[in-house]
Write a protein of this length. Structure first.
Length: 149
């Protein structure tokens, strides 16, 4: 028989998923608001660990935050459970976005995006891109359906 998922474990999973999605920049205001509400509630019991959870979601940190939640009175756990489920539902509404090439930094001689066809997603994403030359001829971004020529 599988162990039951605690409210703390559920909340930590929701915070971790939403934090990762927010870092990738693929979430809207509904997810951000739900994430903030849950994070504020949980920060009452584990403020430092909740802040660090977004940057470094290690197993140990997840356990500390989950245990802090699970030690709270029933009323507080019910509230956290509601907030966690609201966040998970908001995350389910985020359309899947695929990224062809993603990295923090690129240092290259040539980036050739010619003939790139991005229907739903991002072709190239980087925080810092350094290139001697970038080619981007005949690119198509977005769906052609419903567009007038």
């Amino acid at each position: 028989m599988a162990d039951p998922v605690t409210v703390g474990a559920l909340a930590v999973a929701a915070l971790t998923m939403a934090g990762e999605a927010a870092l990738k920049g693929v979430v809207g205001e509904v997810v951000k608001d739900a994430y903030k509400a849950l994070k504020i509630q949980v920060a009452k019991w584990a403020p430092g660990d909740v802040e660090k959870l977004a940057d470094s979601p290690t197993a140990g940190r997840k356990l500390v935050v989950a245990e802090a939640i699970d030690m709270q009175p029933e009323d507080d756990r019910v509230r956290v459970d509601q907030l966690a489920h609201a966040l998970i539902e908001a995350l389910k509404q985020v359309p899947a976005t695929s990224i062809g090439i993603e990295g923090d930094e690129f240092h290259v001689r040539l980036i050739d995006l010619s003939q790139l066809n991005v229907v739903n997603g991002i072709g190239l994403k980087g925080r810092f891109i350094e290139a001697d030359e970038i080619r981007a001829s005949n690119m198509t971004v977005g769906s052609a359906a419903g567009k007038k020529a």
